[in-house]
Design a protein around this ligand. Structure first.
Ligand code: FES
Length: 155
């Protein structure tokens, strides 16, 4: 069985638990995402067939909620603040440095799946601008020189 077939088989097993429950699409998608780390296309197609819900409707739900991700994500999520206070204090330079260092685009994931880079609006720590978070940890008053030391803490 290749990866795709395995994901389809696993999806069938998961979706089976939700078949008889009304309004179970969101919990089902959460379960699938917890299992695969994101929502692979073949999982959504299988869920559509098994639950008899049109694929367009499933995509509608999966793209509406920020909690769902349609492509693989990194083990660590870097959020870089692009709010006004951070912008004024140089977050654009931080963003460019991260993109160059990690060889990713905005919202992209490194090839080794180590990091996903997400620019976001104000992270709510403007007094510390410019700010990034890695997973749940906040780093403030950053310069580009601080980034390598931070990244190496996340294998
Ligand atoms: S603008 Fe960056 S934390 Fe508020």
């Amino acid at each position: 069985m290749d990866d795709r077939e395995q994901r389809i088989a696993e999806t069938r097993r998961i979706v089976d638990q939700y078949k008889t429950t009304q309004g179970a699409l969101i919990p089902c998608l959460q379960h699938l995402q917890n299992t695969f780390g994101y929502l692979p296309a073949e999982a959504l197609e299988t869920a559509s067939r098994e639950l008899s819900i049109p694929l367009a409707e499933i995509y509608g739900v999966a793209t509406f909620y920020a909690q769902f991700h349609l492509s693989p994500r990194g083990r660590h999520i870097i959020r870089i603040c692009r709010g006004t206070a951070c912008h004024v204090r140089g977050s654009a330079t931080l963003l460019e440095t991260l993109k160059e260092t990690l060889h990713v685009e905005e919202n992209g994931t490194t090839e080794d799946r180590r990091f996903t880079l997400e620019p976001v609006a104000c992270l709510g720590a403007c007094g510390l601008a410019p700010v990034i978070t890695v997973d749940r940890k906040t780093y403030g008053r950053l310069g580009a020189d601080d980034l390598p030391g931070i990244l190496e803490q996340y294998p």
